[in-house]
Design a protein around this ligand. Structure first.
Ligand code: FAD
Ligand code: NAD
Length: 278
């Protein structure tokens, strides 16, 4: 029976333009995954290894939400139910700090909304009062908005005003912080969004967890591809997103060097995608 094979795609559903919701059979990951952790998948023997956040797990399978932005994510999104991934490693990374914090503000931008889903659920179960801001470019891109009904307060935003508050998640965050006191923030989405939300959290002196979407290769701390500078007033240290993260307090991330590293292979990535699409 095909459905019993590890790493087989059990279900695939399109959520938005270029964004797919995929359930993958894997007992080990399905049983052990904790909020905040991720997997590294390889589509074929010669394929690149790509990290993806675990959006949900159920004991036998796990769920990822993937946006096609380059060669490997396009390839992954072209697979169908019944196809088998060449390999899957995980769960990787340190789980999120799930405990009672009090008032928690959780922000998800674009496909980052999928990454905050398990964290928000677990924080709610731990007794926190949770406010969730989810934002996307348009209503069509605002994924999983029906899955956050458990939140104490849900604030959807769209850049074009087609649903919810008209503006980006940063605008909504500023308004919310003027109204309420928060003990901790989670913010996951594009690097620029995580950088801007971290700057605001710094002003308010609130810890903010961000999940860094760095370039990553082996996922075990050996290759150094995901190395990131974490700076406090009196120290500066190199951390590896794969084993020390992926979550860090955004107030201490050296955002300029992080964003620079993220863009270092842009030209090669563009060429690889052009070749793949030909
Ligand atoms: P590449 O060849 O690597 O090229 C990517 C290109 O796309 C680059 O030029 C980059 O600048 C550009 N790009 C990046 N983001 C966007 C965007 N939003 N829109 C347009 N262009 C963009 N991705 C997910 O979709 N879902 C996840 O759950 C997820 N979780 C992650 C968790 C971790 C811990 C990390 C490190 C990354 C995660 N990512 C996630 C990002 C994902 O791993 C990368 O998008 C993927 O590796 C890209 O591989 P590629 O070969 O398709 O593209
Ligand atoms: P996007 O570019 O469509 O942006 C989504 C939302 O983020 C926007 O609607 C807006 O509200 C906000 N935003 C974006 N740029 C902003 C800016 N300059 N100022 C203020 N707000 C801004 O997002 P996308 O294309 O879906 O990309 C999502 C990103 O999330 C990807 O880069 C992906 O790698 C990352 N991601 C990370 C993880 C993780 O665990 N680290 C998981 C999933 C996705």
């Amino acid at each position: 029976n095909q459905e019993e094979l590890n790493n087989v795609i059990l279900r695939k559903r399109k959520l938005a333009y270029g964004v797919h919701d995929v359930w993958i059979k894997n007992d080990l990951i399905g049983r052990q995954a904790k909020p905040g952790q991720f997997v590294i998948v390889r589509i074929s023997e010669k394929g690149e290894r790509i990290p993806l956040t675990i959006a949900e797990s159920n004991g036998e399978a796990f769920r990822i939400v993937v946006k096609a932005v380059g060669k490997s994510t396009y390839e992954l999104c072209s697979l169908n139910e019944g196809d088998i991934l060449y390999d899957v490693v995980g769960p990787l990374g340190k789980p999120s700090e799930i405990k009672y914090h009090g008032n928690v503000l959780i922000i998800g931008g674009g496909v980052g909304i999928a990454a905050i889903l398990p964290i928000a659920k677990a924080l709610k179960s731990a007794g926190n009062n949770i406010t969730v801001i989810i934002g996307a470019r348009t209503i069509q891109d605002l994924i999983l908005r029906d899955e956050f009904t458990f939140a104490d307060k849900l604030l959807p935003t769209t850049d074009d005003g087609s649903f919810g508050y008209k503006g980006n998640v940063i605008d909504a965050m500023k308004i919310e912080l003027e109204k309420e006191n928060y003990n901790v923030i989670w913010s996951i989405g594009p690097a620029i969004m995580m950088k801007l939300s971290s700057e605001i959290a710094t002003k308010y002196n609130i810890p903010i967890w961000v999940s860094l979407n760095s370039i990553m290769i082996d996922g075990t701390g050996m290759c150094g591809g995901c190395r990131t500078v974490i700076k406090t007033d009196n120290s500066e240290k190199i951390q590896y997103v794969c084993v020390d993260g992926p979550e860090f307090d955004g107030r201490y991330v050296d955002w300029d060097s992080f964003i620079k590293r993220l863009n270092q292979y842009k030209e090669q990535e563009k060429l690889a995608l052009e070749r793949y699409l030909k």
